[in-house]
Design a protein around this ligand. Structure first.
Ligand code: UD1
Length: 416
Protein backbone atom coordinates (compact mmCIF):
# COMPACT_ATOMS: atom_id res chain seq x y z
CA UNK A 1 0.00 0.00 0.00
CA UNK A 2 1.23 3.51 -0.80
CA UNK A 3 2.69 5.89 1.77
CA UNK A 4 3.61 9.55 1.80
CA UNK A 5 7.16 10.47 2.64
CA UNK A 6 7.32 13.98 4.04
CA UNK A 7 10.29 16.06 5.04
CA UNK A 8 8.84 18.67 7.36
CA UNK A 9 9.72 22.26 8.02
CA UNK A 10 8.91 23.84 4.65
CA UNK A 11 6.56 26.82 4.88
CA UNK A 12 3.62 26.33 2.51
CA UNK A 13 3.43 29.28 0.19
CA UNK A 14 1.46 30.04 -2.95
CA UNK A 15 -1.90 29.68 -4.56
CA UNK A 16 -4.22 26.73 -5.17
CA UNK A 17 -7.67 26.20 -6.66
CA UNK A 18 -10.14 23.94 -4.88
CA UNK A 19 -11.77 20.85 -6.37
CA UNK A 20 -15.46 20.02 -6.35
CA UNK A 21 -16.83 18.83 -3.01
CA UNK A 22 -16.72 15.10 -2.26
CA UNK A 23 -19.78 15.33 -0.05
CA UNK A 24 -21.75 17.13 -2.76
CA UNK A 25 -20.77 14.98 -5.73
CA UNK A 26 -21.51 11.62 -4.05
CA UNK A 27 -25.22 12.18 -3.36
CA UNK A 28 -25.62 13.95 -6.71
CA UNK A 29 -24.07 10.99 -8.55
CA UNK A 30 -26.64 8.79 -6.79
CA UNK A 31 -29.43 11.24 -7.65
CA UNK A 32 -28.68 10.86 -11.38
CA UNK A 33 -30.55 7.53 -11.12
CA UNK A 34 -33.82 9.42 -10.61
CA UNK A 35 -33.83 11.06 -14.04
CA UNK A 36 -33.56 8.13 -16.46
CA UNK A 37 -31.85 10.78 -18.61
CA UNK A 38 -28.38 12.25 -19.05
CA UNK A 39 -26.69 14.30 -16.34
CA UNK A 40 -23.42 16.12 -16.99
CA UNK A 41 -21.70 16.96 -13.73
CA UNK A 42 -18.93 19.55 -14.00
CA UNK A 43 -16.21 20.25 -11.42
CA UNK A 44 -16.06 16.62 -10.23
CA UNK A 45 -13.07 15.80 -8.03
CA UNK A 46 -10.89 12.83 -8.93
CA UNK A 47 -11.30 10.74 -5.76
CA UNK A 48 -11.45 7.03 -5.04
CA UNK A 49 -14.92 7.48 -3.48
CA UNK A 50 -16.12 9.05 -6.73
CA UNK A 51 -14.58 6.19 -8.70
CA UNK A 52 -16.35 3.67 -6.46
CA UNK A 53 -19.69 5.42 -6.91
CA UNK A 54 -19.32 5.49 -10.71
CA UNK A 55 -18.35 1.79 -10.64
CA UNK A 56 -21.61 1.02 -8.85
CA UNK A 57 -23.59 3.15 -11.33
CA UNK A 58 -21.95 1.27 -14.24
CA UNK A 59 -22.65 -2.10 -12.63
CA UNK A 60 -26.36 -1.39 -12.35
CA UNK A 61 -26.51 -0.32 -15.99
CA UNK A 62 -25.77 3.41 -16.20
CA UNK A 63 -23.49 4.66 -18.98
CA UNK A 64 -20.72 6.69 -17.39
CA UNK A 65 -18.19 8.84 -19.26
CA UNK A 66 -15.43 11.02 -17.83
CA UNK A 67 -14.33 14.13 -19.67
CA UNK A 68 -11.97 16.85 -18.38
CA UNK A 69 -13.21 16.98 -14.81
CA UNK A 70 -16.82 16.26 -15.80
CA UNK A 71 -18.75 13.03 -15.41
CA UNK A 72 -21.62 12.26 -17.76
CA UNK A 73 -24.15 9.68 -16.57
CA UNK A 74 -26.98 8.28 -18.62
CA UNK A 75 -29.25 6.34 -16.25
CA UNK A 76 -31.84 5.19 -18.82
CA UNK A 77 -30.93 1.50 -18.90
CA UNK A 78 -30.61 0.45 -15.28
CA UNK A 79 -31.10 -3.32 -15.24
CA UNK A 80 -30.74 -4.34 -11.61
CA UNK A 81 -32.06 -2.96 -8.37
CA UNK A 82 -29.55 -4.81 -6.24
CA UNK A 83 -26.28 -3.25 -5.14
CA UNK A 84 -23.59 -5.93 -4.70
CA UNK A 85 -22.47 -6.30 -1.08
CA UNK A 86 -18.79 -5.98 -1.98
CA UNK A 87 -19.36 -2.51 -3.47
CA UNK A 88 -21.56 -1.45 -0.56
CA UNK A 89 -18.76 -2.44 1.81
CA UNK A 90 -16.15 -0.48 -0.12
CA UNK A 91 -18.00 2.75 0.25
CA UNK A 92 -20.47 3.77 2.92
CA UNK A 93 -21.87 6.52 0.72
CA UNK A 94 -23.54 3.84 -1.40
CA UNK A 95 -26.35 4.24 1.14
CA UNK A 96 -27.31 7.29 -0.98
CA UNK A 97 -28.47 4.94 -3.71
CA UNK A 98 -31.44 3.87 -1.63
CA UNK A 99 -33.53 7.05 -1.99
CA UNK A 100 -33.03 7.46 -5.76
CA UNK A 101 -33.64 3.78 -6.60
CA UNK A 102 -36.84 3.68 -4.59
CA UNK A 103 -37.88 7.00 -6.15
CA UNK A 104 -37.47 5.73 -9.71
CA UNK A 105 -38.28 2.01 -9.45
CA UNK A 106 -40.10 1.58 -6.14
CA UNK A 107 -37.46 -0.92 -5.08
CA UNK A 108 -33.86 -1.22 -3.86
CA UNK A 109 -31.94 -4.15 -2.43
CA UNK A 110 -28.71 -3.35 -0.68
CA UNK A 111 -26.63 -4.68 2.13
CA UNK A 112 -26.63 -2.92 5.47
CA UNK A 113 -23.66 -0.52 5.33
CA UNK A 114 -22.60 -1.19 8.93
CA UNK A 115 -20.10 0.88 10.92
CA UNK A 116 -16.90 2.42 9.66
CA UNK A 117 -13.58 3.79 10.87
CA UNK A 118 -15.04 6.88 12.52
CA UNK A 119 -18.10 5.46 14.23
CA UNK A 120 -21.09 3.16 14.30
CA UNK A 121 -23.00 5.20 11.73
CA UNK A 122 -26.41 3.55 11.92
CA UNK A 123 -28.97 4.36 9.21
CA UNK A 124 -32.10 4.23 11.37
CA UNK A 125 -32.99 7.85 10.57
CA UNK A 126 -32.74 7.18 6.79
CA UNK A 127 -34.97 4.10 7.15
CA UNK A 128 -37.55 5.76 9.36
CA UNK A 129 -37.88 8.71 6.96
CA UNK A 130 -38.29 6.39 3.96
CA UNK A 131 -40.89 4.37 5.84
CA UNK A 132 -42.82 7.58 6.45
CA UNK A 133 -42.93 8.05 2.66
CA UNK A 134 -44.51 4.60 2.30
CA UNK A 135 -41.44 2.36 1.88
CA UNK A 136 -41.64 -1.15 3.33
CA UNK A 137 -38.28 -2.39 4.60
CA UNK A 138 -37.40 -6.04 5.16
CA UNK A 139 -34.10 -6.88 6.83
CA UNK A 140 -32.65 -10.28 6.13
CA UNK A 141 -29.10 -11.51 6.83
CA UNK A 142 -27.64 -8.03 6.61
CA UNK A 143 -29.60 -7.21 3.45
CA UNK A 144 -32.26 -4.53 3.23
CA UNK A 145 -35.08 -4.99 0.78
CA UNK A 146 -36.91 -1.72 0.32
CA UNK A 147 -40.13 -1.64 -1.68
CA UNK A 148 -42.82 0.95 -2.23
CA UNK A 149 -45.90 0.56 -4.38
CA UNK A 150 -46.32 4.27 -4.20
CA UNK A 151 -44.38 6.98 -2.41
CA UNK A 152 -46.62 9.50 -0.70
CA UNK A 153 -45.41 12.84 0.65
CA UNK A 154 -45.45 13.32 4.40
CA UNK A 155 -44.26 15.60 7.17
CA UNK A 156 -41.07 13.93 8.43
CA UNK A 157 -39.31 15.07 11.60
CA UNK A 158 -35.74 13.79 11.77
CA UNK A 159 -34.54 12.77 15.26
CA UNK A 160 -31.16 14.32 14.42
CA UNK A 161 -30.21 16.56 11.48
CA UNK A 162 -28.38 13.76 9.69
CA UNK A 163 -26.82 14.89 6.42
CA UNK A 164 -27.25 11.55 4.66
CA UNK A 165 -30.80 10.99 5.92
CA UNK A 166 -31.83 14.50 4.81
CA UNK A 167 -30.38 13.80 1.34
CA UNK A 168 -31.90 10.34 0.97
CA UNK A 169 -35.30 11.69 2.00
CA UNK A 170 -35.07 14.61 -0.45
CA UNK A 171 -34.21 12.24 -3.30
CA UNK A 172 -37.02 9.80 -2.52
CA UNK A 173 -39.53 12.60 -1.98
CA UNK A 174 -38.62 14.12 -5.38
CA UNK A 175 -40.84 11.39 -6.90
CA UNK A 176 -43.45 11.04 -4.12
CA UNK A 177 -47.05 11.99 -4.66
CA UNK A 178 -47.77 15.38 -3.08
CA UNK A 179 -45.76 17.42 -0.62
CA UNK A 180 -43.03 16.28 1.77
CA UNK A 181 -41.75 18.50 4.53
CA UNK A 182 -38.50 17.51 6.23
CA UNK A 183 -38.36 19.07 9.69
CA UNK A 184 -35.03 19.29 11.61
CA UNK A 185 -33.22 18.83 8.30
CA UNK A 186 -29.44 19.10 8.14
CA UNK A 187 -28.31 22.50 6.79
CA UNK A 188 -24.96 21.64 5.19
CA UNK A 189 -24.06 23.52 1.96
CA UNK A 190 -23.85 20.19 0.10
CA UNK A 191 -27.59 19.78 0.71
CA UNK A 192 -28.19 23.07 -1.10
CA UNK A 193 -26.12 21.72 -4.00
CA UNK A 194 -28.28 18.59 -4.09
CA UNK A 195 -31.39 20.78 -4.05
CA UNK A 196 -29.99 22.77 -6.99
CA UNK A 197 -29.27 19.57 -8.94
CA UNK A 198 -32.77 18.22 -8.21
CA UNK A 199 -34.39 21.49 -9.29
CA UNK A 200 -32.23 21.48 -12.43
CA UNK A 201 -33.64 18.08 -13.44
CA UNK A 202 -37.17 19.37 -12.91
CA UNK A 203 -37.91 18.48 -9.28
CA UNK A 204 -39.46 21.01 -6.92
CA UNK A 205 -37.41 21.46 -3.77
CA UNK A 206 -37.01 24.49 -1.54
CA UNK A 207 -35.63 25.33 1.87
CA UNK A 208 -32.28 23.49 1.71
CA UNK A 209 -29.81 25.27 3.96
CA UNK A 210 -32.55 25.79 6.56
CA UNK A 211 -34.01 23.24 8.96
CA UNK A 212 -37.19 22.81 6.89
CA UNK A 213 -37.06 21.45 3.36
CA UNK A 214 -40.21 21.22 1.22
CA UNK A 215 -40.37 18.86 -1.73
CA UNK A 216 -43.21 18.56 -4.20
CA UNK A 217 -42.99 15.26 -6.02
CA UNK A 218 -42.78 14.96 -9.81
CA UNK A 219 -42.65 12.00 -12.16
CA UNK A 220 -40.84 13.28 -15.18
CA UNK A 221 -37.34 14.72 -15.35
CA UNK A 222 -34.93 15.97 -17.99
CA UNK A 223 -31.27 16.11 -19.05
CA UNK A 224 -29.12 18.46 -17.05
CA UNK A 225 -25.69 20.06 -16.70
CA UNK A 226 -24.76 20.85 -13.13
CA UNK A 227 -21.54 22.22 -11.64
CA UNK A 228 -20.58 20.80 -8.22
CA UNK A 229 -19.75 23.32 -5.46
CA UNK A 230 -16.20 23.57 -4.17
CA UNK A 231 -14.96 21.49 -1.26
CA UNK A 232 -15.04 23.39 2.03
CA UNK A 233 -13.18 20.58 3.83
CA UNK A 234 -10.39 20.57 1.26
CA UNK A 235 -10.25 24.34 1.75
CA UNK A 236 -10.02 23.99 5.53
CA UNK A 237 -7.39 21.27 5.25
CA UNK A 238 -5.07 23.47 3.18
CA UNK A 239 -5.66 26.44 5.49
CA UNK A 240 -4.72 24.21 8.44
CA UNK A 241 -1.62 22.92 6.61
CA UNK A 242 -0.52 26.49 5.91
CA UNK A 243 -1.10 27.42 9.57
CA UNK A 244 0.91 24.40 10.75
CA UNK A 245 3.92 25.37 8.65
CA UNK A 246 3.88 29.13 9.34
CA UNK A 247 2.92 29.59 5.71
CA UNK A 248 1.00 32.00 3.50
CA UNK A 249 -1.61 30.72 1.09
CA UNK A 250 -4.30 31.95 -1.29
CA UNK A 251 -7.14 29.54 -2.01
CA UNK A 252 -9.26 30.18 -5.09
CA UNK A 253 -12.68 28.77 -6.01
CA UNK A 254 -13.60 28.77 -2.32
CA UNK A 255 -16.90 29.87 -0.81
CA UNK A 256 -15.96 31.92 2.28
CA UNK A 257 -19.47 31.82 3.77
CA UNK A 258 -19.09 28.02 4.09
CA UNK A 259 -15.84 28.49 6.01
CA UNK A 260 -16.95 30.78 8.83
CA UNK A 261 -16.31 28.42 11.77
CA UNK A 262 -13.01 27.08 10.46
CA UNK A 263 -11.79 30.60 9.68
CA UNK A 264 -12.91 31.86 13.07
CA UNK A 265 -10.95 29.10 14.87
CA UNK A 266 -7.86 29.70 12.71
CA UNK A 267 -8.07 33.41 13.56
CA UNK A 268 -8.03 32.44 17.24
CA UNK A 269 -4.67 30.76 16.62
CA UNK A 270 -3.33 34.11 15.41
CA UNK A 271 -3.59 33.52 11.64
CA UNK A 272 -4.39 36.58 9.57
CA UNK A 273 -7.20 35.72 7.18
CA UNK A 274 -8.74 37.83 4.42
CA UNK A 275 -11.46 36.79 2.05
CA UNK A 276 -13.20 37.94 -1.10
CA UNK A 277 -16.15 36.61 -3.09
CA UNK A 278 -14.42 33.36 -4.08
CA UNK A 279 -11.04 33.36 -2.38
CA UNK A 280 -9.48 33.05 1.06
CA UNK A 281 -6.00 34.21 2.03
CA UNK A 282 -4.19 33.06 5.18
CA UNK A 283 -0.91 34.18 6.68
CA UNK A 284 0.23 32.26 9.72
CA UNK A 285 2.09 33.80 12.66
CA UNK A 286 5.55 32.57 13.72
CA UNK A 287 3.97 30.87 16.76
CA UNK A 288 0.34 29.75 16.88
CA UNK A 289 -1.93 30.36 19.88
CA UNK A 290 -4.01 27.62 21.47
CA UNK A 291 -7.82 27.64 21.15
CA UNK A 292 -9.98 27.53 24.26
CA UNK A 293 -12.45 25.05 22.77
CA UNK A 294 -13.41 23.50 19.44
CA UNK A 295 -16.72 21.66 19.63
CA UNK A 296 -17.95 19.89 16.54
CA UNK A 297 -21.57 20.42 15.63
CA UNK A 298 -23.94 20.08 12.69
CA UNK A 299 -23.54 22.93 10.17
CA UNK A 300 -23.23 25.88 10.68
CA UNK A 301 -21.29 24.65 13.74
CA UNK A 302 -17.66 23.59 13.56
CA UNK A 303 -17.42 20.67 11.07
CA UNK A 304 -16.44 17.26 12.42
CA UNK A 305 -14.58 16.75 9.12
CA UNK A 306 -12.15 19.56 10.12
CA UNK A 307 -11.61 18.42 13.71
CA UNK A 308 -8.62 16.11 13.13
CA UNK A 309 -6.73 18.64 11.00
CA UNK A 310 -7.18 21.37 13.65
CA UNK A 311 -6.05 18.96 16.35
CA UNK A 312 -2.75 18.54 14.48
CA UNK A 313 -2.31 22.31 14.23
CA UNK A 314 -2.90 22.73 17.97
CA UNK A 315 -0.15 20.25 18.88
CA UNK A 316 2.41 23.03 18.33
CA UNK A 317 0.34 25.99 19.56
CA UNK A 318 1.28 28.01 22.65
CA UNK A 319 -0.88 26.69 25.52
CA UNK A 320 -3.63 24.13 25.98
CA UNK A 321 -6.68 23.55 23.77
CA UNK A 322 -9.82 21.48 24.28
CA UNK A 323 -11.49 19.61 21.44
CA UNK A 324 -14.93 18.08 21.91
CA UNK A 325 -16.24 15.74 19.20
CA UNK A 326 -20.03 15.50 19.37
CA UNK A 327 -20.87 13.95 15.97
CA UNK A 328 -18.90 10.67 15.66
CA UNK A 329 -17.71 8.27 18.39
CA UNK A 330 -14.32 7.45 16.97
CA UNK A 331 -12.56 10.47 15.63
CA UNK A 332 -9.35 10.51 17.66
CA UNK A 333 -7.78 7.43 16.09
CA UNK A 334 -4.72 9.33 14.86
CA UNK A 335 -3.87 10.59 18.35
CA UNK A 336 -1.49 7.74 19.26
CA UNK A 337 0.40 8.41 16.05
CA UNK A 338 0.62 12.11 16.90
CA UNK A 339 1.92 11.17 20.34
CA UNK A 340 4.65 9.10 18.69
CA UNK A 341 5.67 12.36 16.98
CA UNK A 342 5.96 14.07 20.36
CA UNK A 343 2.50 15.60 20.68
CA UNK A 344 0.96 15.94 24.16
CA UNK A 345 -2.67 14.90 23.94
CA UNK A 346 -4.99 13.37 26.51
CA UNK A 347 -8.17 11.80 25.17
CA UNK A 348 -11.11 11.10 27.44
CA UNK A 349 -14.12 9.75 25.57
CA UNK A 350 -15.24 12.44 23.16
CA UNK A 351 -12.79 15.08 24.40
CA UNK A 352 -9.13 15.69 23.70
CA UNK A 353 -6.91 18.06 25.65
CA UNK A 354 -3.98 19.20 23.54
CA UNK A 355 -0.99 20.86 25.20
CA UNK A 356 1.19 22.51 22.61
CA UNK A 357 4.84 21.43 22.37
CA UNK A 358 7.73 23.35 20.80
CA UNK A 359 7.85 21.06 17.76
CA UNK A 360 6.87 17.59 16.49
CA UNK A 361 9.45 15.04 15.38
CA UNK A 362 9.08 12.94 12.23
CA UNK A 363 7.96 9.31 12.68
CA UNK A 364 6.34 6.47 10.79
CA UNK A 365 2.58 6.72 11.27
CA UNK A 366 -0.44 5.15 9.65
CA UNK A 367 -3.69 6.71 8.40
CA UNK A 368 -6.76 5.04 9.92
CA UNK A 369 -9.42 7.21 8.30
CA UNK A 370 -9.71 9.97 5.72
CA UNK A 371 -9.49 13.17 7.80
CA UNK A 372 -7.26 11.59 10.45
CA UNK A 373 -4.92 10.68 7.58
CA UNK A 374 -4.90 14.26 6.30
CA UNK A 375 -4.19 15.37 9.87
CA UNK A 376 -1.09 13.13 9.99
CA UNK A 377 0.15 14.67 6.74
CA UNK A 378 -0.34 18.12 8.27
CA UNK A 379 1.61 17.02 11.35
CA UNK A 380 4.40 15.68 9.12
CA UNK A 381 4.58 18.95 7.17
CA UNK A 382 5.21 20.84 10.42
CA UNK A 383 7.52 18.27 12.05
CA UNK A 384 11.29 18.14 12.15
CA UNK A 385 12.78 15.47 9.92
CA UNK A 386 11.04 12.76 7.95
CA UNK A 387 7.54 11.44 8.48
CA UNK A 388 6.12 8.44 6.66
CA UNK A 389 2.32 8.32 6.51
CA UNK A 390 1.24 4.79 5.61
CA UNK A 391 -2.11 3.71 4.23
CA UNK A 392 -2.74 6.77 2.05
CA UNK A 393 -5.66 4.93 0.43
CA UNK A 394 -7.77 6.52 3.17
CA UNK A 395 -6.62 9.98 2.09
CA UNK A 396 -7.29 9.21 -1.61
CA UNK A 397 -10.98 8.91 -0.73
CA UNK A 398 -11.26 12.64 -0.20
CA UNK A 399 -8.36 14.62 -1.70
CA UNK A 400 -7.70 15.08 -5.40
CA UNK A 401 -3.90 14.92 -5.98
CA UNK A 402 -3.14 15.83 -2.37
CA UNK A 403 0.65 15.44 -2.59
CA UNK A 404 0.90 17.22 -5.93
CA UNK A 405 -1.04 20.23 -4.63
CA UNK A 406 1.12 20.33 -1.49
CA UNK A 407 4.30 20.14 -3.61
CA UNK A 408 2.99 23.08 -5.64
CA UNK A 409 2.94 25.00 -2.35
CA UNK A 410 6.55 24.07 -1.61
CA UNK A 411 6.04 20.98 0.56
CA UNK A 412 8.55 18.16 0.40
CA UNK A 413 6.12 15.25 0.06
CA UNK A 414 6.26 12.19 -2.20
CA UNK A 415 4.13 9.13 -2.69
CA UNK A 416 6.16 5.96 -2.25
C1 UD1 B 1 -21.91 13.22 6.18
C2 UD1 B 1 -20.60 13.41 5.47
C3 UD1 B 1 -19.44 13.24 6.43
C4 UD1 B 1 -19.61 14.17 7.62
C5 UD1 B 1 -20.98 13.99 8.26
C6 UD1 B 1 -21.28 14.98 9.37
C7 UD1 B 1 -21.08 12.68 3.21
C8 UD1 B 1 -20.79 11.71 2.13
N1 UD1 B 1 -20.49 12.45 4.40
O1 UD1 B 1 -21.92 11.87 6.68
O2 UD1 B 1 -18.23 13.56 5.75
O3 UD1 B 1 -18.62 13.88 8.59
O4 UD1 B 1 -22.02 14.15 7.25
O5 UD1 B 1 -21.14 16.28 8.91
O6 UD1 B 1 -21.78 13.66 3.03
N2 UD1 B 1 -26.78 8.94 12.58
C9 UD1 B 1 -27.63 8.05 13.19
N3 UD1 B 1 -28.59 7.46 12.41
C10 UD1 B 1 -28.74 7.73 11.09
C11 UD1 B 1 -27.86 8.66 10.48
C12 UD1 B 1 -26.90 9.25 11.26
O7 UD1 B 1 -27.53 7.79 14.39
O8 UD1 B 1 -29.64 7.17 10.46
C13 UD1 B 1 -25.70 9.58 13.38
C14 UD1 B 1 -24.32 9.17 12.88
O9 UD1 B 1 -23.91 7.92 13.40
C15 UD1 B 1 -23.48 10.31 13.36
C16 UD1 B 1 -24.43 11.52 13.24
O10 UD1 B 1 -25.75 10.97 13.20
O11 UD1 B 1 -23.14 10.12 14.70
C17 UD1 B 1 -24.19 12.36 12.01
O12 UD1 B 1 -24.29 11.57 10.86
P1 UD1 B 1 -24.74 12.12 9.43
O13 UD1 B 1 -25.03 13.58 9.52
O14 UD1 B 1 -25.79 11.23 8.91
O15 UD1 B 1 -23.42 11.91 8.59
P2 UD1 B 1 -23.29 11.24 7.18
O16 UD1 B 1 -24.38 11.65 6.29
O17 UD1 B 1 -23.04 9.77 7.37
Amino acid sequence: MDSYQITGGKKLQGEITLSGAKNAVLPILAATIITGKESKLDNCPNLSDVKNMTTILRQIGCKVKKENGSIIIDSKDIHTLEIPEKLMREMRSSVFLMGPMIARFGKAILSYPGGCEIGLRPIDIHLSALQQLGVKIKEDHGYLECTAEKLVGNRIALDFPSVGATENTMMAAACAEGETIIVNAAKEPEIIDLQNYLNNIGAQVKGAGTSEIVINGRNSFHDVTHSVISDRIECGTFLAAAAMTGGEILIRNSIPKHMIMTVSKLRETGCKIDEGKDWIYLKAPEKLNSIEIIKTQPYPGFPTDMQSQMLSVLTIAKGTSLIVETIFENRFKQVNNLKSMGAKIVVDGRSAVVTGVESLEGATVSAKDLRGGAALVIAGLGANGTTIVENVCHIDRGYDDFDETLRKLGADIFRV
